[in-house]
Design a protein around this ligand. Structure first.
Ligand code: GCB
Length: 609
């Protein structure tokens, strides 16, 4: 008798549970707790790292949502039937994408639940924040069984205040990380890089004073090499305070006061040694208020456009760039650390680059900071890429949020000279409006850097390239991707190409060109793209360097790309096997023949710096 009634009872309980979860999620859907803007310069704060081993539950069907995994129910009596548990399950390293950590997760796109416990004793009067460098793509965070908040977007930091939620002693944090592609996501459904999911960057508990310095912007005023113009922002009840910015090396001790909103304008003049690739000078700076101090290394330089030239510290500069994805080739995994950044940036330097385009999303902060230290300028980009549904509800809000989060994190890095707000989007009225709006918003947030969007809808006929799109008027730089010799066959000699530019007198950069080659493949016909040979890739680079001489107002180039990288759409069984092979370096770190062509070209281009 008991045996027959139990499944019935279970079914009823299950039905009630589903209904309960449905009601809960409808209610909580009304009051989603979205993440706060992350505090600036998190690594210089009072941090307790939550990096390390996290327990995991792989949840391909999303069942964990209705089972309320975050509540972590434990069986109380033998008959309690609970079909999920962190205990005895897989353990994942954080930071790190989940796909590269277990073979069964290699191509996984869905939910993985993460859990770890920590002890904390927060002293009275202090505040505590849970800070994530990035979770790809959608994160829901639970502390001690309660939702603390959610964040959408895979490449920027976010935080939640947990001052009131944290318990003295033991605490449990659970993260639902979901990397399912979304039609209205950014990026959208289709993109040519690997969808590494999970908690991909550092996790920290950050303790602050009750009123702390949450943000500051300390950079040179546009067109100046001596005038600093910026602000400091406090968060907390003591909004009215004295604020001080000190640069001991040059005797700067600037004092000011915040207003009722905790905001102070910073305005002073000094003689700086300007930052440049040849002299990547940064200063030790401390930003203080009466209740908090934050230290940073900040450099000063000016970047502007004059006519069709890009000026760095008032002098024309040619951007010797290279595209990079955030991937450690030796681990075939998402890069997240300073050693990872060092591998990639050392290669870029060796190639003769003075700039990197960090494609196609904000890379981790180590990369940006190390590039600045090594004298490499940075192109920072948000993942508004190809298949974006610009007219779908909420999409432009997500674009704005990602732009704010990127600028928010990197605005004090003088090495960053370009904000790129999209790559290869298809023309439409909705696209045009969205890109014009976000460009204006970005400029009003930070007028000191150059703004661009990469458009690739130029025509190529009779060996003439026509750049017809008027959207370029809104950007500081015209950025063009072209794959002549690869996707698009040449229609004449590269050195004879003519250009028809609708929008003139702006600097032009070739933001992508290239072709695929499997390292060591020198057997195929040397003159056919389909050979996937190093020789053919080398020929593309020879032809492209001839083409570059024809580009009017050329101020820089960013070949596609430094290292082969994983991409699930690149499945040629012999040559690709899940890798985009346009790297100048293979997935094992070997330099291909084309590397030497680009290096010779960059060595031949002289810059003042
Ligand atoms: C492009 C995209 C880049 C691709 C590259 C390619 O135009 O911007 O993300 O991966 O082409 O390899 O085709």
């Amino acid at each position: 008798m008991r045996r027959t009634t139990k499944p019935m009872k279970n079914k009823v309980i299950k039905a009630l549970l589903i209904l309960g979860v449905f009601i809960y999620s409808s209610i909580s859907g009304l009051s989603l707790i979205y993440a706060q803007s992350a505090m600036i310069n998190v690594s210089s704060r009072h941090c307790t790292s939550l990096n390390g081993k996290w327990q995991a539950i792989i949840d391909p069907t999303g069942a964990g949502d209705w089972r309320q995994v975050w509540q972590e129910r434990k069986p109380e009596k033998k008959t309690d039937f609970i079909e999920y548990s962190f205990e005895g399950g897989p353990v994942l390293n954080v930071p790190g994408d989940f796909n590269s950590q277990m073979t069964e997760l290699k191509y996984f796109e869905g939910t993985v639940w993460y859990k770890r416990t920590f002890n904390y004793n927060l002293n009275d009067g202090k505040r505590l924040f849970l800070h994530f460098g990035a979770v790809n793509y959608f994160a829901s965070i639970y502390l001690n069984g309660n939702l603390v908040g959610k964040h959408e977007g895979g490449f920027t930091p976010f935080q939640f205040e947990i001052t009131d939620a944290v318990r003295k002693g033991g605490n449990t944090v659970v993260v639902r990380a979901n990397n399912q592609r979304l039609k209205d996501g950014i990026p959208g459904l289709g993109y040519d890089w690997f969808n590494y999911g999970g908690i991909t960057r550092d996790v920290n508990l950050v303790e602050t004073e009750s009123t702390y310095i949450c943000d500051y912007f300390i950079q040179l005023k546009k067109h100046s090499l001596n005038d600093v113009l910026g602000w400091v922002k406090l968060n907390g009840i003591r909004s009215l305070q004295e604020v001080e910015v000190r640069i001991p090396e040059i005797n700067v001790d600037y004092k000011t006061k915040t207003n009722n909103e905790g905001l102070a304008q910073v305005k002073f003049t000094s003689k700086f040694e300007p930052w440049s690739p040849g002299n990547p000078k940064v200063y030790k700076i401390s930003v203080r208020c009466e209740t908090d101090t934050v230290n940073d290394d900040i450099g000063f330089r000016s970047v502007e456009v004059k006519g069709s030239k890009i000026l760095l510290n008032g002098k024309p500069v040619f951007l010797k760039g290279i595209n990079i994805h955030e991937e450690n080739p030796f681990r075939a995994a998402r890069a997240y650390s300073e050693p990872d950044a060092l591998i990639l940036l050392t290669w870029a330097k060796e190639l003769g680059c003075n700039m990197v385009r960090l494609a196609h999303y904000p890379h981790n902060e180590y990369m940006i900071r190390l590039a600045e230290k090594m004298g490499i300028m940075v192109w920072d980009e948000i993942p508004v890429y190809q298949q974006i549904e610009f007219s779908a509800p909420g999409v432009t809000d997500k674009m704005d949020l990602m732009m704010h989060e990127m600028v928010g994190r990197d605005k004090n890095r003088c090495g960053v000279i370009v904000w790129s707000l999209s790559n290869e989007t298809s023309p439409s009225a909705a696209r045009d409006n969205a890109l014009i709006n976000i460009t204006d918003k970005c400029r009003s947030l930070d007028s000191t850097r150059l703004i661009t969007s990469v458009i690739n809808d130029q025509n190529y006929k009779n060996n003439i390239i026509s750049v017809w799109d008027t959207l370029y008027r809104h950007f500081d730089i015209i950025s063009l991707n072209e794959y002549l010799g690869w996707y698009v066959p040449w229609q004449g000699r590269p050195q004879d190409v003519k250009w028809n530019m609708l929008c003139k007198d702006k600097p032009v950069v070739i933001s992508e060109f290239g072709g695929e080659a499997l390292y060591g493949n020198n057997n195929g016909p040397k003159d056919e793209a389909a050979s996937w040979s190093e020789d053919y890739q080398e020929q593309i680079y020879k032809d492209q360097t001839a083409l570059l001489k024809t580009v009017p107002d050329l101020c820089g180039t960013f070949p596609w790309l430094l290292v082969d990288y994983r991409s699930s759409g690149r499945m040629h069984p012999v040559y690709q096997n899940g890798w985009n092979r346009k790297g100048l370096i293979s997935d094992r770190g070997d330099k291909k023949k084309a590397w030497y062509i680009l290096k010779a070209y960059y060595d031949s281009v002289k810059n003042i710096y």
